[in-house]
Write a protein that binds this ligand. Structure first.
Ligand code: AQP
Length: 351
């Protein structure tokens, strides 16, 4: 059985990177898979504990999910803090994971900066909560951007260590499922979850600097296209996007040393559902002055309806809260079924 889980933090306006790395894939997967999509509000506390607008940000991400086309009846859509089992399993995983594993995470190093001693303990333990989000549903697949690959590897390490540490109890209780670890077949409780990262662009880069990922926290608004940007803002940002002076190449290999061209062609491909080779077959040999207006037109065509729909949904916060409450109820039932077994495996007395 394949089960998809993914989450997005309520930490600011969503941008094109979040859309192509996550939301667009979420929508595509709902036809073929059972999917659970979560606004990970507890994660957003790791950087800043006190948010003035956390509830509104949570509603805004939920509205972006729905406006992108995620069906809350077919899938489970909820916010993390309403399902306490995530935090419970995260604590258990804090005791499974090693401090050295967490210290090696590049996201922690980037976000903690030089003053690591002053970073929150939550920021260090972030991947442990992320592993709990995924494994409390024993999810097998996680659609994410390339930046989350290392955290997914850590999720597998945690699952594997738990499976090893408790292999006797898991077998005794008959809670194991057969899975492949390298060449070997083993009986484990938690699956070794696979990331779903493929696509025409797996890491959308800043429009101002092709070596940095597009990010909510970049101080320059020109570096990103927000899902809520209007047509003029989108066109202006693409027009001002950094490029090199050469025409576009005709072959994908020709993008190799050209990060900005690589990024814009990848964005075009992902938005149009084509490959980079298809895009270059059409635009190869043409200048950016011709390509950029075509890209702007495509981005407006794809993103404007989402922004409009988000505004409509956000006008009814009670509806959004209802979607989250109903989703949380369904998620809680599944999470509790896993936790009952986990408590038994560990030996925690449970009622
Ligand atoms: N630039 C990106 N390209 C592709 N995918 C991306 N994602 C984020 N940025 C890019 C994917 O979006 C999903 C949700 O991400 P998140 O809520 O964890 O936020 P984040 O990764 O912290 O987003 P930002 O914009 O990068 O925020 P800051 O500036 O705070 O670091 C994930 O699947 C992520 O891979």
């Amino acid at each position: 059985r394949e089960l998809v889980f993914s989450g997005v933090q309520p930490t600011g306006n969503l941008h094109l990177g979040n859309y192509l790395g996550a939301l667009q894939k979420f929508v595509a997967l709902q036809d073929s898979h059972e999917c659970i999509y979560c606004v990970v509000d507890l994660h957003s506390l790791t950087a800043t504990m006190a948010h003035d607008d956390l509830a509104d940000q949570t509603r805004s991400i939920t509205a972006a999910f729905l406006a992108s086309g995620i069906d809350p009846k077919k899938n489970i859509v909820f916010n993390q803090s309403q399902v306490l089992q995530h935090a419970e399993l995260a604590w258990i995983f804090n005791c499974v994971a090693r401090i050295g594993w967490m210290n090696r995470m590049t996201q922690f190093k980037d976000k903690a900066g030089k003053d690591r001693e002053n970073a929150s303990l939550g920021l260090l333990a972030y991947p442990s909560l992320m592993a709990a989000d995924i494994l409390v549903y024993r999810a097998t697949h996680v659609p994410v951007g390339d930046d989350q690959k290392q955290h997914l590897e850590l999720t597998r390490d945690i699952a594997q260590k738990f499976n090893n540490d408790f292999s006797g109890r898991i077998a005794e209780l008959g809670y194991g499922v057969e899975m492949e670890v390298g060449e070997e077949k083993v009986n484990g409780f938690f699956p070794l979850t696979e990331p779903l990262i493929e696509g025409a662009i797996t890491r959308v880069m800043s429009l101002r600097d092709g070596s940095k990922k597009m990010s909510k926290s970049d101080p320059s608004d020109l570096s990103r296209i927000n899902l809520t940007d209007d047509a003029d803002a989108i066109a202006k940002k693409i027009k001002k996007a950094k490029t090199d002076p050469e025409a576009l190449p005709s072959e994908v290999d020709g993008l190799a040393e050209r990060p900005e061209a690589q990024n814009l062609v990848g964005i075009y491909a992902a938005l149009s559902g084509a490959t980079k080779a298809d895009v270059l077959a059409e635009f190869g040999g043409r200048q950016f002055s011709e390509f950029k207006p075509a890209l702007a037109e495509l981005a407006v065509e794809k993103l404007s309806p989402i922004a409009g729909e988000m505004r409509r949904i956000l006008a009814d916060p009670a509806y959004i809260d209802g979607v989250l409450r109903e989703g949380a109820g369904r998620a809680r039932e599944k999470a509790e079924a896993t936790m009952k077994m986990v408590r038994e495996i560990i030996g925690l007395i449970d009622g």
